[in-house]
Design a protein around this ligand. Structure first.
Ligand code: ISJ
Length: 441
């Protein structure tokens, strides 16, 4: 507790001022890849799907944290930061007023930071509303100033940069070593009566030219229309999986588990159905993930809705089995749980850890041999009214320096898994980032 108080004193300082004004069509640029793509510059904070979402620029306040209490400490910081904020919100929907973008490490033991960042400027587009928010700690906020900085932001976008040529190398483990780890995982599932464990690996992509973060975000957004393209600090990607979205007292999740590579496969939904819906292994893997999410969400729900049958989610690289779950939230004490409280309760799901959770987590630590950092951790945003959207940080990379990206991918392992097939699946899951970087066609 003391550390939380010390952190607050150390990082809060001045009062946050926040102004949100509506934007009209006339204010917004037109672009073939969607309005929000015009706001993707190298430093942008990003949470966009199709042409809806939030893009931020600048950093007026940031909280970084590590360890098992990272979610609770981030909630405390955000509560204190927003409780005393001076807010003028002329739009008043989810995502207006003060908003922070966030990215959290997968593991409580990670040596990498989790963070919340309050941007200087934010452009939001959702359900027919468009808005501009300006935040400040040290000066007054005015519409005139916000619009001037908004214009400068747009003018600074120099478009997509040419890409370098890439050299790929393995990360913590070679392919053979990783397949041996998967084989160990399968053995442990039998011996320790686990149902499922998710095992991941990393690869490194080195570029001959500086990697332009804005160009990478733009490429992800353009190709992965069904996914949420994210960029928070050095972590970028396009995830198909929604850990939890909270809006107006309703929580929604998209659970994925069960994957078929589309490369070389017939372009036929019948083939996907056969490989996924008719496969006992894939369905079992999916079932574990859905059941575990429902179990974790139930204590917060007045009413819970989930399908009896999964659907097939088609992405450019893979097909997944998918289930959309929703819940009307129940008050805990006098309050509805906010999005970050739900993140804390739900992470890590069986989609990225396994079942039972504690045993699967221990097995990951034992076998994987690397720090996942933000990979498979929650990534998204939250506002001061409790709303937020948090994806699972998949299909992403950490841009480690100007020339180097580290990519991550993992697979749900069950008793019937085959190490070589799982290795191939990681390549399918690396594809979105490899293509966005320009390391693959
Ligand atoms: C772990 C990842 O993906 C997860 C694992 C899946 C699977 O094993 O079928 C499918 C979707 C995700 O829940 C990843 O992309 O790295």
């Amino acid at each position: 507790m003391n550390t939380v108080i010390a952190r607050r004193a150390g990082t809060l300082g001045s009062v946050l001022r926040s102004l949100t004004v509506p934007l009209t069509d006339a204010d917004l640029p037109k672009s073939a890849d969607g309005t929000l793509s015009s706001f993707l510059v190298p430093e942008s904070l990003c949470w966009v799907r199709r042409d809806e979402g939030l893009v931020g620029l600048g950093n007026v306040s940031e909280f970084t944290v590590r360890g098992p209490e990272r979610f609770a400490e981030a909630q405390d910081w955000w509560a204190a930061r927003t409780a005393e904020a001076q807010v003028q919100d002329r739009v008043g929907v989810a995502g207006t007023g003060p908003v922070a973008f966030g990215s959290f490490a997968f593991s409580k033991l990670s040596g990498k930071d989790s963070r919340l960042i309050v941007p200087r400027l934010l452009v939001g587009l959702r359900e027919g509303n468009a808005w501009l928010t300006m935040n400040s700690l040290h000066d007054d906020v005015s519409e005139e100033q916000a619009r001037a900085e908004f214009a400068a932001w747009l003018a600074s976008n120099q478009g997509c940069k040419p890409k370098g040529s890439f050299e790929l190398s393995t990360g913590a483990l070679s392919e053979a070593e990783w397949m041996a780890v998967v084989a160990e995982g399968i053995k442990a599932i039998d011996e320790r009566s686990l149902e499922k464990v998710v095992l991941a690996r990393d690869i490194v992509a080195r570029s001959s030219a500086p990697i332009d973060r804005g160009t990478v975000l733009h490429a992800l957004l353009r190709r992965y229309r069904e996914c949420w393209t994210y960029g928070v600090g050095d972590f970028v990607g396009a995830t198909p999986e929604m850990l939890i979205k909270v809006e107006a007292g309703v929580a929604r999740a998209r659970v994925l588990a069960g994957t078929v590579d589309r490369a070389g496969a017939p372009d036929d939904p019948g083939y996907a159905a056969q490989m996924l819906l008719d496969s006992e292994k894939q369905r079992q893997e999916h079932e574990f993930a859905v059941r575990s999410l429902i179990r974790q969400l139930a204590p917060f729900a007045a009413d819970l809705h989930f399908p009896t049958e999964p659907f097939i989610l088609e992405l450019p690289n893979v097909w997944h089995l998918a289930s959309d779950v929703s819940a009307e939230l129940a008050a805990v004490g006098n309050h509805l749980p906010n999005s970050l409280a739900l993140v804390e309760a739900l992470h890590p799901t069986a989609a990225v850890c396994g079942t039972p959770r504690t045993e699967a987590g221990a097995l990951i630590r034992e076998l994987e041999n690397f720090d996942r950092g933000p990979y498979a951790g929650p990534v998204g945003w939250l506002d001061s009214a409790g709303n937020g959207e948090w994806g699972i940080g998949l299909r992403g990379a950490v841009l480690e320096n100007e020339f180097q990206a580290r990519l991550y991918a993992g697979c749900g392992i069950v008793g019937a898994s085959d190490p070589a097939a799982e290795l191939a699946e990681t390549w399918a899951k690396f594809r979105p980032m490899l293509q966005a970087l320009g390391a693959q066609e």
